[in-house]
Design a protein around this ligand. Structure first.
Ligand SMILES: Cc1cc2nc3c(=O)[nH]c(=O)nc-3n(C[C@H](O)[C@H](O)[C@H](O)COP(=O)(O)OP(=O)(O)OC[C@H]3O[C@@H](n4cnc5c(N)ncnc54)[C@H](O)[C@@H]3O)c2cc1C
Ligand code: FES
Length: 354
């Protein structure tokens, strides 16, 4: 008789992951493997991310990391993190996260996933650490022997920066419908490069995947890369409904949407008092508390501004709000009086613990 499977990880109730392995991928990229503190299986869609809540230098910080692992191996999840120069969390993880160390995590969540866009042919385009969601999708297709035709084109600075190179090569050797191509801008000391040189452009894409127009396309990488690839696809007249991209930089997403909201003259206004900083501001009924605070010159912790990441979570001491979040807060936290100020609009005067 087989032993009963552990229950599924429940984002509402479960929050502690324990690091069980650390794997160096490149000189500045490391994979951290986690299991749940209590026995759990993880159910998620390949490409989704979790928000990690870390305490660095006594300060609580939230950052999102894609699960580079595949849901076909449900007992563990892994993230693959690139050190960002001067970045507190990416460096903090590299320096302190060792087997046995626990972290708090929220999710999985996110809609950048091949599971929501089933197709017979895919084009995965990634650069740098943007490889992680596409790796999850590829591992998933590989484990399921899905038969999906995947052209995976990864760009890196040099051969020393190629993440998952050996695993992708091995998967491609065992999966006839997976083709992996790497492009490097330069050689690395002692590592000459005989493959494609430079950045992805239309001429190279035509050579690597001549049928690229027929492929459901997923793109992830640094902002300059993402902008260049999008422009290339738009200029070539690609059907952008079949073009899916994810940015690791929420600031960029926020800037894109930052059309200042002009408050309606007749709009009802409420007082919002920040108990810790002892400031009171006006906030229109149609304005989020975060937007009103920003407009008043206050700087409060925030990241996605879309109710996803949980960075702006704080205690509502009194008052009521209308909150349309996107997974960045658990129901039990809402029941305890917590709110996400980036997506909470007042329906009365408020006192907030900030
Ligand atoms: C949905 C989502 C998924 C993500 N998945 C991953 C992942 O799988 N692996 C990973 O390493 N990071 C991932 N990130 C980025 C991660 O959340 C952090 O932003 C990153 O680790 C930097 O955090 P930090 O505290 O070290 O530096 P910060 O002080 O937060 O950032 C420093 C600067 O670096 C920029 N930056 C952030 N990430 C990158 C990057 N990957 N490449 C280049 N510049 C960057 C930021 O915009 C900022 O300007 C993801 C982000 C999002 C929103
Ligand atoms: S800033 Fe991400 S949930 Fe509010």
């Amino acid at each position: 008789m087989s032993p009963a499977s552990p229950p599924l990880w429940n984002p509402e109730l479960d929050e502690t992951l324990v690091c069980c392995a650390v794997r160096r991928e490149t000189h500045d990229v490391t994979t951290f493997v986690f299991e749940a503190r209590e026995p759990r299986r993880f159910a998620y869609q390949p490409g989704q991310f979790m928000t990690f809540e870390l305490s660095i230098g006594g300060q609580s910080m939230n950052r999102c990391y894609t699960l580079a692992s595949a849901p076909t191996r449900p007992d563990r999840v892994s993230i693959t993190v690139k050190r960002i120069e001067g970045g507190p969390v990416s460096n903090g993880l590299h320096e302190t996260l060792t087997p046995g160390v626990s972290v708090r995590a929220l999710g999985p969540m996110g809609d950048f996933t091949s599971s929501r866009h089933i197709a017979s042919k895919y084009l995965f385009l990634s650069a740098g650490s943007g490889v992680t969601p596409l790796m999850s999708m590829t591992r998933h297709a590989y484990d399921l022997a899905s038969g999906a035709d995947i052209a995976f084109v990864h760009s890196a600075r040099s051969p020393a920066d190629l993440i998952f190179d050996r695993e992708l090569t091995l998967m491609a050797a065992n999966m006839a419908t997976l083709r992996v191509t790497s492009l490097c801008e330069d050689e690395a000391p002692g590592q000459p490069w005989n493959g494609y040189r430079g950045r992805i452009d239309l001429a190279r894409l035509e050579l690597i995947a001549p049928d690229w127009r027929e492929r459901e396309t997923f793109v992830c990488g640094p902002s300059a890369y993402m902008a260049q690839v999008r422009e290339m696809f738009e200029a070539a007249g690609f059907d952008m409904a079949r073009y899916h991209s994810e940015s690791f930089d929420f600031a960029e997403l926020t800037q894109q949407d930052e059309t200042p909201r002009v408050p309606d003259q007749t709009e009802q206004t409420f007082k919002v008092t920040f108990a810790t900083t002892r400031r009171t501001i006006d906030c229109g009924a149609g304005t989020t508390v975060l937007d009103a605070a920003k407009a008043a010159g206050m700087r409060l912790p925030s990241s996605c501004t879309k109710g996803m990441c949980g960075t702006c979570k704080c205690k509502l001491v009194s008052g009521t709000v209308d909150m349309a979040h996107a997974g960045g807060i658990r129901q039990r936290e809402i029941d305890q009086g917590l709110i996400l100020i980036c997506c909470a609009k007042p329906t009365s005067d408020l006192v907030v613990e900030r």
